[in-house]
Design a binder for this molecule. Structure first.
Ligand code: GTP
Ligand code: MG
Length: 203
């Protein structure tokens, strides 16, 4: 069984030549800029400050690669869709995300799509969910920042995320707060399960 506490930062990849080789399963975190991908990874690993976070969107500008217990890659992708980033930079991030996903697609055991529990998913979120489904990649959606919702808002917001992203019933939607660690055990179980599968299919 994978020991999640034995996670090391390996490198930041700025281009395809730095993406990992080999067949270890990849667990890949994607989502809009500033939605809390890096914070979610830190909550999962119980290592505050491990993946770099920021209140300024666009903090993760590279594909950050972590190795869990010498057995699985954990991949923190740059966030998409931050309007204030220059067009050129946005294009650079999109190209980097796209080249990572197309190059490593077959080794991805599971994608973790992080959305903001407060908001309706954006057009780009819907495109990402469609893309994941079009390649039949297993995925889990994490509705982060749950601590910012009133109790009465939780159920309707989760239902809206499910319907806007067209999530089939068997796709898990984890109500999560990286700040309060809500949903952490459920995410950990999911990650441990996903890491058991090697890359889903060989070349
Ligand atoms: P990029 O790397 O820019 O794409 O951002 P990211 O998605 O990695 O977000 P990051 O983890 O850097 O968090 C963005 C901001 O949201 C930070 O100010 C975090 O403290 C805050 N944040 C993240 N998760 C939570 C949460 O569960 N609750 C609250 N209240 N704030 C959160
Ligand atoms: Mg980040």
């Amino acid at each position: 069984m994978l020991d999640i506490t034995k996670t090391k930062f390996i490198r930041s990849a700025a281009s395809e030549k730095d993406f990992p080789d080999g067949s270890f399963p990849r667990l890949v975190f994607v989502g809009r800029s500033n939605v809390g991908k890096s914070s979610t990874i830190n909550a999962l690993l119980a290592k505050p400050g491990f993946a770099r976070t920021s209140s300024v969107p666009g903090k993760t500008v590279f594909v950050n690669l972590f190795m869990i217990d010498e057995q699985a890659w954990l991949v923190d992708l740059p966030g998409y869709g931050y309007a204030k980033t220059s067009k050129a930079e946005q294009q650079r991030y999109s190209a980097l995300i796209e080249s990572y996903l197309s190059r490593d697609r077959k080794s991805i055991s599971r994608m973790y799509m992080v959305v903001d529990a407060r908001h309706k998913p954006t057009q780009l979120d819907r495109v990402m969910a469609d893309w994941i489904r079009s390649f039949s990649i297993p995925y889990t959606v994490i509705a982060n920042k749950l601590d910012k919702l009133k109790k009465s808002e939780i159920e309707p917001n989760l239902a809206r995320i499910r319907s806007e992203l067209c999530l089939p019933d068997d796709v898990k939607l984890i109500a999560f707060s990286a700040q309060k660690l809500t949903g952490r055990d459920e995410l950990l179980r999911d990650v441990l399960d996903a890491s058991l599968g090697a890359g889903r299919c060989s070349e």
